[in-house]
Ligand binder design. Structure first.
Ligand SMILES: Nc1ncnc2c1ncn2[C@@H]1O[C@H](COP(=O)(O)OP(=O)(O)OP(=O)(O)O)[C@@H](O)[C@H]1O
Ligand SMILES: [Mg+2]
Length: 226
């Protein structure tokens, strides 16, 4: 079967939450793209509009998920890409069950996720070479087939990522120790994912100032919330 047809078939298994006036948002992008920075602005703006907001990060966000986060990001041995992928999925399924789904059942509630399925598609699907198809197949079943209403993909170059990480100055974790080749594949992966889900994912040039990025996101959010 043609690859594009297969991918579209897989995408048809996915759904978005349906509680009126409740929204599921995610932010994606490589290290230093500004996800944590922008989530703070987004939260403030949503609270001002009268929404209850739950910010979560992946992997993690639950007691069990944080243990998995530690297992992945502190791993001193390279994991098999499928092992890596399944650890992320286990963390995600638990986060959906414990936190995301119950929160979204309440009216006027917004879940904001720092990384979600698109990170798995880009990291394990593309950069680790499992293939987007495999990752999409693994997400076909409830509750992993839940997609955000909107995903902001903060797109920066590898050079910008390095510059910002240098300023931030933290120790490198499991992924941050990877070579440029891995990161170039990762960036390509995110861009491909944005093309796979053009209605859900808004790609934003995040090399501009924090204020400009925030302005673009908030302008778009007005449309999503109305
Ligand atoms: N648009 C921007 N212009 C310049 N610097 C920025 C911009 N956005 C964020 N930064 C700075 O870059 C650094 C990384 O930003 P941030 O921590 O928000 O990225 P991140 O996407 O959450 O990274 P990670 O995936 O590693 O958690 C921070 O020091 C932040 O202040
Ligand atoms: Mg961050």
């Amino acid at each position: 079967m043609h690859v594009k047809t297969k991918l579209n078939q897989l995408i048809s298994f996915y759904r978005t939450p349906v509680t009126p006036e409740s929204y599921f948002l995610s932010l994606e992008g490589i290290e230093g793209s500004g996800k944590s920075t922008q989530i703070k602005n987004l939260e403030r703006s949503l609270i001002d509009k009268g929404y209850r907001v739950l910010n979560l990060r992946e992997p993690g966000g639950t007691e069990f998920g944080e243990k998995l986060r530690e297992a992945i990001l502190k791993s001193s041995t390279p994991l098999h890409p499928l092992a890596e992928c399944h650890l992320f999925l286990a963390s995600r399924a638990q986060l959906l069950k414990e936190k995301i789904l119950p929160f979204l059942l309440q009216p006027k509630s917004v879940v904001v996720l720092d990384r979600y399925i698109d990170s798995t598609l880009a990291y394990q699907g593309k950069a680790r070479g499992l293939g987007m198809e495999t990752v999409l197949e693994l997400h076909q079943h409830d509750p992993l087939n839940l997609l955000p209403h909107r995903t902001y993909f903060l797109d920066i170059s590898l050079e910008t990522s390095h510059e910002r990480q240098k300023i931030r100055g933290q120790d490198k974790d499991y992924f941050e120790s990877e070579k440029n080749e891995f990161y170039n594949k990762l960036i390509d992966g995110y861009r491909e994912v944005a093309q796979l889900f053009p209605q859900r994912i808004l790609k934003i040039d995040a090399s501009v100032s924090m204020e400009k990025v925030s302005q673009m996101m908030l302008q778009d959010l007005e449309k999503i919330l109305s």
